[in-house]
Design a binder for this molecule. Structure first.
Ligand SMILES: [Zn+2]
Length: 168
């Protein structure tokens, strides 16, 4: 396994819609393993392939961070959702920034696992949020897109400042 470099906000791959995975190859399995290693090293709870520069519909999630039963979701989709609530979230591609995002509290999602089996997951609370956040990445969306415009502007300005200082 190898730790991968996490792409930061502003890199174009994060704004590109990811392509579906057609076959679970050895490369895909290695990518998933490397993404898990990268996510745990960064103390994250979720990571999507575009965040490591790969524009494919694959994401990994482990809200417990205990590395016992990580979710590897290939071609995931939200089938249904209910009870929208606000909660604070962050993103490994936007280190140091947080914001309140309104998302479904309960969802049902479907995906393919690494054994090429179709799966369905019912999730609630933090896990439901994480699944929605990661699937957003596959659709080129980032959590700050959902913040009020003034707040997004403040964050973008701060990132520009960091970039100038070589801190981004
Ligand atoms: Zn993210």
């Amino acid at each position: 396994m190898a730790e991968l470099k996490i792409k930061k906000y502003g890199e174009r791959v994060l704004r590109k819609k990811a392509s579906a995975v057609f076959e679970i190859t050895e490369d895909i399995k290695k990518l998933a393993a490397d993404m898990l290693e990268t996510m745990y090293a960064a103390h994250g709870v979720g990571l999507a392939a575009p965040q490591v520069g790969v524009s494919l519909e694959l994401c990994v999630i482990d809200v417990s961070q205990d590395q016992k039963s990580p979710l590897v979701m290939i071609n995931p989709k939200i089938i249904s959702g209910e009870d929208k609530v606000f909660a604070e979230e962050g993103c490994l591609s936007l280190p140091g920034f947080y914001g309140n995002v309104k998302r479904f509290d309960k969802i049902i999602a479907e995906y393919t696992d690494l054994k090429d089996k179709k799966k369905e997951i019912k999730a609630q609370g933090f896990l439901a949020k994480a699944v929605q956040h990661e699937i957003d990445h596959l659709n080129a969306k980032i959590f700050i897109d959902f913040l009020p415009e003034w707040k997004r502007k403040v964050i973008e300005k701060e990132i520009k400042r960091k970039k100038k200082m070589g801190d981004w």
